[in-house]
Design a protein around this ligand. Structure first.
Ligand code: SF4
Length: 533
């Protein structure tokens, strides 16, 4: 998802319709991150405006809703609505958010529908004052925790897993918010990077594997900022201090920054897709520039899958760094070959049949002068469902290319994500069902090459055991509970029937799988076994 991508999702009942719909939009054939979080502690400063700028920089992490909560030292004021940051906030709204501590959130839903009640931050009243919570990730024991909290008489207002975190902290808050958060971290399983606002404090914490990114920065010497990505720091002039460690809690208040070491240390497992596509190229993770890493992925892609070509073109925007790298390593000219319409994002207008038939052409057009008569290498970051790559190949051929070779700067995606990335059911992942040669035939390319997991790790320059790579390898860093129903609507009682006790489940709670050698791989009957990446 490019930094300026507005994304495109299927229209949902009772929600904002999206355009183009899934079958219509190249962005729909990509994994989607679900949230960006931001927090700021700046005594003497009205922080709503700075939070707004921070969210603007994190817009690529979620375009369905946006929200800001600020504390004036006594009360918490919150505004959240469906839409882009620029649609949700204006001068008048920001003026109504007085306070010098704030948190913000941009959302793309992976759990719960795209409706206002699921927007964040979530404000919870406790006997010790209000708290506001914003979360990036996906909790895998949501159902169990929610049932337990409801059994204690706690009422929920939304269907998302983030409210479970907020209500859990609220229920455990007996006057010591740090203790309440640490006890919540002991209860919650899955991927989470969370910011919490109290009337006087800003707290930030990550799950023990550190699957989603979160960093802390200094602002003007004595103030602090936390953010999903470093790109939001640059916008407001904050200076990165460091990434918050997996399992760590930091508390920022008038005493400064206090660090609480992980209670249950696990191996780090940063999501590999943050490096490939999700995070902005001008962000840093693990101290590495993502643009530079993606460019090196292009070098490795050439080393592993060279081909005879006369021009290298990216699928804009996220294929650009890897295409530059491929072109450098191949010593073949890099050129624009596809022009993206950047203004075709979200709208309230439903497409008509003719628009549907136009397909990918609504979003991309081919530059004939750079393609005609040439052997073209088209570089993209990933293929998930495989619904649009073939259309793009066709566009390039129609523009006169004599050959079209497709190179993908990540391995084949064969397994669903349980940790907050909305990519597809396993049955919809093209690489779970077809060999590389069958995919090549399906998309109509002259050749197709993927970067291996080994090549990706070489480009990043870090060992395999620092990452989650489950969607490529099937090796899930956090065991998936047997009763899991990771359906987007799990809390709404739709889609999945309860599985028998003891069954291993696929991403939608359907029984029929069996454990792999490490007891963690989930395999679904009727689908191919994973090929070791
Ligand atoms: S399964 Fe894939 S997308 Fe999900 S957290 Fe792991 S690497 Fe990221």
């Amino acid at each position: 998802m490019g930094a300026d991508s507005a994304g495109g999702h299927e229209p949902r009942h009772g929600s904002i319709a999206s355009f183009p719909p899934a079958t219509f939009d190249p962005e729909a054939d990509r994994p989607h991150d679900e949230c960006g979080v931001f927090g700021i502690f700046a005594p003497g400063t009205q922080v709503a405006r700075l939070t707004y700028f921070g969210l603007y920089a994190l817009q690529h992490r979620g375009q369905e809703s946006a929200g800001i909560a600020v504390s004036d030292g006594d009360r918490i004021h919150c505004h959240k609505e469906m839409g882009l940051v620029s649609q949700v906030f204006d001068e008048e709204v920001l003026q109504r958010l007085p306070g010098s501590i704030g948190i913000g959130h941009t959302r793309y839903s992976t759990t719960g529908s795209s409706v206002l009640c699921n927007a964040q931050p979530i404000v919870v009243q406790t006997p010790y004052g209000p708290i506001a919570v914003a979360h990036n990730g996906n909790i895998i024991n949501t159902r169990t925790l929610r049932q337990r909290l409801e059994g204690e008489g706690i009422r929920f207002e939304s269907t998302n897993d983030s409210e479970v975190i907020a209500r859990c902290i609220g229920s455990l808050h007996k006057g010591d918010i740090v203790r309440a958060v640490r006890e919540t971290m002991a209860e919650v399983e899955g991927a989470y990077s969370v910011v919490v606002l109290t009337p006087t404090q800003l707290l930030a914490f990550r799950d023990p594997n550190g699957i989603r990114p979160l960093c802390v920065a200094a602002l003007n010497g004595s103030d602090f900022v936390v953010s999903s990505e470093t790109c939001a720091l640059n916008v407001i002039g904050a200076r990165l201090i460091r990434e918050i460690e997996p399992g760590e809690l930091v508390v920022i208040d008038h005493d400064g920054l206090t660090e609480y070491a992980p209670v249950f240390p696990q191996r780090p497992a940063m999501c590999m897709f943050e490096f490939i596509y999700l995070a902005r190229p001008d962000s840093n993770i693990y101290g590495r520039s993502l643009h530079a890493v993606r460019r090196r992925m292009g070098h490795e892609l050439w080393n592993e899958s060279p081909c005879d070509a006369s021009v290298v073109i990216p699928v804009p925007d996220t294929g650009i760094p890897a295409a530059i790298g491929f072109s450098e390593a191949a010593r073949v000219p890099f050129s624009e070959g596809l022009i993206k319409n950047r203004y075709i994002g979200r709208t309230f207008i439903e497409p008509d049949q003719r628009m549907r038939e136009l397909g990918v052409r609504m979003k991309l057009s081919a530059l004939k002068e750079n393609l005609a008569g040439r052997k073209v290498v088209m570089v993209d970051d990933s293929i998930v469902r495989g619904t649009t790559t073939g259309q793009i190949v066709k566009l390039i051929r129609e523009a006169g290319a004599t050959q079209v070779h497709v190179r993908i700067s990540s391995p084949p995606v064969k397994w669903p994500c349980f940790y907050g990335i909305d990519m597809a059911d396993r049955k919809d992942l093209i690489a779970a069902k077809r060999s590389i040669e069958e995919i090549r035939e399906h998309i109509g390319a002259d050749s197709l090459g993927y970067l291996s997991l080994k090549g990706m790790l070489k480009a990043i320059g870090m060992p395999r055991d620092r990452f989650c790579h489950a969607c490529f390898s099937g090796d899930y860093p956090i065991p998936i509970p047997k009763d899991l129903r990771v359906s987007k609507f799990a809390l709404e009682g739709q889609n999945a029937a309860p599985a028998p006790e003891g069954a291993l489940l696929d991403g939608h709670g359907r029984a029929g799988g069996h454990a792999g050698p490490n007891g963690r791989v989930i395999q679904i009957e009727g689908l191919k076994d994973p090929i070791p990446a």
